[in-house]
Design a protein around this ligand. Structure first.
Ligand code: FRU
Length: 514
């Protein structure tokens, strides 16, 4: 058998007493490569996370969804909810294409003051703001104005949605890429701000009622990375632990990522309700993730103040190979939910870190501690489990390199290497199971990283078909899909010098059961 499988072959005793074999049936969420603690749709194609909002005890996750195939097609908004950001309940499709077009990416807000007038019985409505994509118009090849913004509202906690009858609310003036509205409430100016991706820059719009929009400003035509089209932006204010505040603008870009294909960059600066001012030089490029599988990620709206976290989720794939990955029933998953934080580094520069949310501790079934009081060249850690949350502190005072290998008896190996003289991380998935479905998939991915003192801190979350690495409190993140032929259930840590390794391996349980 090519993949490891979890086929259940229950024995059924028939009336005659004869033992018959029941037809093979794949148990719920147990197919080869099915993520066990990441969100993936029950079946068919998914891309960007959309419209994430918290309302009345529920975290909503909508997503770009094509219910008829495992490759991209006419887009709907799929829907799931969670009360803990870890386990998810699938709900029916929230938004279907209509005569104005397909439903592309966008956001959802709680209209607390009923500025839109769509609320009922004194309750605030949820308002979804999304891009309509008129496929026929695009395919006719004669017009460029086939993307425009529409809204829909819900008065039953997101269960059913009514599209606004006078859509679109923001028509297109003739620009091919005009999409992915992310809306936030800006208290100082008492207005809604829409951040929109427009081909090679961002446009900001303002509204008092989510219906009538006025353009405020442009940003970015000469700043950051421009190797591809700008998509799926997000704008929010963040504070460091010591109370310094900055505005952060996330911009996904495809292609043109640091290791090829799709990736998300960010800008740090100020937003006064009209304009975003980048505080770094236009040449500065900051990547949220150096892996190739974290795209189109944005943050939750309306997280209660007493929580106060900036919660993020991304699509764990890349347009370079998203349609080709070796899964059958469904295609692609989301990253783990991450908390973004603003930090100031030793050089006084502000950076955004990513870290898995604390709630993942609830999935721990057992913990294996690693503690060495002497230095070794090599540590073998057999696990017999492949759903892992690993935290390692590695003392490199006697060594210049470290390699963490995830492997199995089948010969699949996934290598994470840090090279101190080159100040560089590499991830090599080229010898780890299925790679041949697309040419670039086996490429080695690199990221610059300078360790402080002699220590390196790694957190690695491994699921059936992904690895997410967070280095030194999350200043460096790399997210990678992997398709090993059998579970990666052994770890080997090695160096050409000697290392002192301490930490723990948390074995996690699946979130999917029925
Ligand atoms: C990003 C993206 C968005 C668009 C959506 C279409 O992955 O291209 O810009 O709205 O996907 O599915």
């Amino acid at each position: 058998m090519k993949y490891w499988t979890y086929l259940i072959l229950p024995l059924i005793v028939s009336c005659s007493g004869k033992i018959e074999e029941a037809p093979p049936e794949v148990a719920y969420y147990k197919e080869p490569y099915r993520p066990q603690y990441h969100f993936s749709p029950e079946e068919k194609w998914m891309n960007d996370p959309n419209g994430m909002v918290y309302f009345e005890g529920e975290y909503h996750l909508f997503y770009q969804y094509y219910p008829d195939s495992t490759v991209w097609g006419p887009m709907h908004w799929g829907h799931a909810i969670s009360t803990n950001l870890i386990t998810w309940e699938h709900l029916p499709i929230a938004l279907y294409p209509d005569e104005l077009g397909l439903i592309f990416s966008g956001s959802t807000v709680v209209d607390w003051n009923n500025t839109s007038g769509f609320g009922e019985n004194g309750q605030p409505p949820l308002i979804a703001i999304f891009t309509y994509h008129d496929l026929e118009k695009e395919q006719s090849g004669t017009y460029d104005d086939f993307q425009y913004q529409g809204i829909a509202y819900s008065n039953d906690k997101g269960r059913t949605w009514i599209k606004y009858e006078d859509n679109p609310v923001l028509p297109n003036q003739g620009i091919r890429d005009f999409r992915d509205p992310k809306v936030m409430w800006h208290s100082p100016t008492e207005s809604w701000i829409m951040t929109l991706a427009v081909k090679d820059h961002i446009e900001f719009y303002r509204s008092e009622n989510l219906i009538d929009w006025t353009k405020l400003s442009d940003f970015g035509i000469d700043a950051g990375a421009h190797g591809g089209v700008w998509e799926c932006p997000d704008l929010f204010e963040m504070e460091t632990d010591d109370g310094q505040s900055r505005w952060v603008l996330l911009v996904s870009i495809n292609p043109g990522g640091p290791n090829g294909g799709s990736a998300t960059q960010y800008f740090i600066g100020d937003f006064d309700g009209r304009e975003f001012v980048n505080e770094n030089s236009p040449e500065t490029i900051l990547w949220l993730d150096y892996g190739t599988d974290n795209y189109a990620g944005v943050t939750w709206s309306d997280i209660p103040e007493e929580d106060g976290r900036r919660l993020f989720i991304g699509w764990m794939s890349n347009w370079d190979y998203a349609r080709l990955t070796p899964t059958e029933k469904w295609r692609s998953a989301m990253t783990v939910t991450r908390e973004l934080e603003l930090v100031e580094n030793q050089d006084g520069e502000f950076r955004v870190t990513s870290w898995p949310i604390i709630e993942y501790k609830d999935l721990i079934v057992s913990t294996q501690r690693i503690a060495s009081d002497t230095m070794y060249r090599s540590y073998m850690i057999p696990l017999g489990h492949d759903l892992l949350d690993i935290q390692l502190d590695i003392d490199m005072s006697e060594s210049n390199d470290v390699r963490v290998t995830f492997h199995n008896d089948q010969g699949d190996s996934l290598y994470l290497t840090y090279d101190r003289p080159g100040a560089m991380f590499t991830i090599d998935r080229g010898s780890c199971g299925k790679v041949e479905f697309e040419e670039s998939f086996a490429n080695i991915h690199v990221a610059d990283h300078q360790i402080i003192e002699n220590e390196i801190q790694l957190r690695i979350m491994l699921d059936r078909s992904s690895l997410e690495m967070f280095v030194d409190s999350g200043v460096l993140t790399m997210t990678e899909q992997v398709f090993p032929d059998r579970p990666l259930d052994q770890i080997h840590i090695s160096s050409s010098g000697e290392l002192e390794v301490s930490g723990k391996v948390n074995k996690l349980k699946s979130i999917w059961s029925k």
